[in-house]
Design a protein around this ligand. Structure first.
Ligand code: GLA
Length: 375
């Protein structure tokens, strides 16, 4: 009898244990499946769903093939890399070339992507006709402002309701400590006034669009303070401006955590929203002027450079997340290390590796780092 009782107790304990092991097994395989599912189905845009849209600069080539698949999986916003710059979209005074810009906007509409328009007024990639009359002489301020108005009105109206934010004015602050507004032909002919006018024209053409001032080196204190001075003045003049674009052409050497935090806080103190508009993380120090490749330009992504890049990406994304109230968009400049403008600038032929996807479009370690956080 006694023996039977122990046998039953033993059998029931074994049954319970088997059940527990079974439940545990099912639970952990579900968890594993969920995790595997997450990492293979989730893209950057999904990790950052509760923070900001994640965008990327594209050309029409990006809209097909393996890059297009990656784009749709990882990103929720696009910026035309070149297709809307004046020289591309308005190469002659009486002719607009819409094809490429239209393809990009149509692709975005078909795939529910946001579009940031880039850009309406810049001293580069602007054709010579803008500033000259038929005899080749510089035009008057009135004529230049009228041309700017025609350009902005035509382009912004065409994409009204389809482009939610525009980089209206690009890079007007000088790079040297002495120069405030860049001494471009815009400035030489119009003085500072064209900056405010550009915003007014864009606002009149699409009152719903968010309008941005966009620049690089926005975290370097001297330039930052000049940008702040310009933005403050525009706001005081009641110019319709809603945000500042930090281009974020950064490197593994800068900005520092303090510089980035200070810049975000300073610009935000004006009530402006912040878009990170052209993010990439060069593995070389910043150089402004183009130069030839030297024999000591060894363009291999060494483990040391890679770990510095991972740390720098980690740092800036931690800060982006901390300032999610102020930062309302983050856009990368190009999709992967397969193609980046930094392969030709500032040193043509020196390979760079500034993005989160490698040359085979695979996620880099930096990708894993910036997506490894708790919501
Ligand atoms: C600047 C411009 C961009 C682009 C990059 C380099 O940052 O704003 O449009 O030309 O330079 O690719």
């Amino acid at each position: 009898m006694r023996h039977d009782k122990y046998l039953k107790m033993y059998e029931s304990a074994v049954k319970k244990l088997t059940l527990a092991v079974l439940i545990l097994g099912i639970f952990s395989s579900c968890k594993l499946a969920r995790e595997q599912g997450n990492s293979s189905f989730k893209g950057l845009k999904d990790y950052y769903r509760n923070y900001f849209p994640i965008g990327v600069a594209v050309s029409t080539k990006t809209l097909a093939g393996d890059e297009a698949n990656l784009l749709l999986k990882e990103f929720s916003s696009i910026t035309p890399e070149n297709a809307m710059k004046i020289e591309a979209i308005h190469p002659r005074e009486d002719y607009y070339f819409w094809k490429d810009a239209d393809s990009i906007v149509n692709f975005a509409q078909a795939n529910q992507l946001k579009v940031r328009g880039h850009n309406l007024c810049w001293h580069e990639q602007v054709p010579g006709w803008m500033f000259r009359d038929k005899a080749g002489q510089l035009v008057s301020k009135d004529i230049l402002l009228q041309r700017l108005k025609d350009h902005i009105t035509t382009v912004v109206k065409r994409y009204k309701g389809k482009i939610y934010a525009w980089d209206v004015v690009n890079e007007v602050i000088g790079d040297t400590d002495e120069e405030y507004i860049r001494n471009s032909l815009w400035f030489q002919i119009c003085g500072e006034e064209y900056i405010a006018k550009a915003f007014e024209y864009a606002h009149a053409a699409d009152p719903e669009a968010l309008l941005f001032y966009n620049d690089y080196n926005t975290e370097r204190p001297v330039k930052r303070d000049k940008i702040y001075r310009l933005l403050k003045k525009l706001i005081e003049q009641k110019v319709p401006i809603h945000g500042v674009g930090l281009q974020a052409h950064w490197s593994i050497y800068e900005p520092s955590e303090q510089e980035l935090r200070d810049a975000i806080e300073l610009y935000s103190s004006l009530g402006l929203q912040i878009h990170v508009t052209e993010l990439d993380m060069s593995v070389y120090p910043w150089e402004k002027n183009k130069r030839k490749k030297r024999s000591d330009d060894i363009d291999v992504l060494t483990p040391e450079l890679e770990s510095k890049q991972i740390a720098q990406y980690d740092k800036v994304f931690n800060i982006f997340r901390a300032y999610k109230k102020n930062i309302t968009s983050v856009t990368f400049w190009n999709v992967s290390d397969r193609y980046t403008w930094l392969d030709t600038y500032p040193v043509p032929g020196r390979k760079n590796y500034p993005l989160l996807f490698d040359q085979n479009l695979n996620r880099k370690k930096a990708y894993e780092k910036v997506t490894n956080f708790r919501d």
